[in-house]
Ligand binder design. Structure first.
Ligand code: ZN
Length: 181
């Protein structure tokens, strides 16, 4: 570890923050620092952060946004592309995330009973920031949380989030119709 290595910025994590990540989709040239595991979690939730300001993203990784810590699990998913700008902005040492041609060693085992979904359902999980193993109940909880966040009535009339809100509603409808339980 270099002497100036910062501490991982994830809530409650004391590991070395050796991987940098853009602060928010709107701030790709400023960075936060994470340990390997939390850099992966952050990366996976990149689409979920779309439309959030830097402080909202920070709020979320600090686990304060909804009074509980983020519940997404690590290492259970492969082949998620995320946002290309993210790839460009992310620090090198990135083959831990299983870049094409990389070793992919850091990927965890695939869940045994992985469900198969059409692409738009997979994309729907993605836009709600959920793993594809999420239950319908988890989808509902996340949906409510996001509607609250992005609805103009709930965030002081800020209409800039309307596109995101629409995306969330559409994702929810796809997931409801997908037959998950
Ligand atoms: Zn960490």
């Amino acid at each position: 570890m270099r002497r100036d290595t910062p501490v991982c910025e994830w809530d409650g994590c004391a590991l070395a923050g050796e991987h940098r990540a853009p602060k928010a989709p709107s701030q790709l040239r400023e960075y936060r620092w994470f340990c390997t595991e939390h850099a992966r979690a952050y990366n996976r939730n990149w689409n979920f952060f779309a439309g959030m300001s830097e402080s909202e993203v920070r709020h979320y990784i600090k686990g304060n946004a909804t009074g509980h810590r983020p519940t997404w699990s690590m290492g259970a998913q492969t082949g998620q592309s995320g946002d290309d700008r993210w790839r460009d902005a992310f620090d090198d040492a990135f083959d831990v995330f299983g870049e094409p041609g990389g070793t992919g060693q850091a990927e965890g085992p695939r869940p045994a009973a992985r469900r198969r979904f059409p692409p738009r359902v997979l994309a729907a999980f993605d836009s709600l920031g959920l793993e594809q193993t999420a239950t319908l109940q988890e989808v509902r909880v996340r949906y409510k949380e996001l509607v609250k966040r992005f609805h103009p009535d709930a965030n002081g009339g800020d209409r800039t989030m309307e596109g995101r809100l629409e995306q969330v509603i559409q994702a929810y409808n796809h997931l409801k119709a997908s037959g998950i339980e």
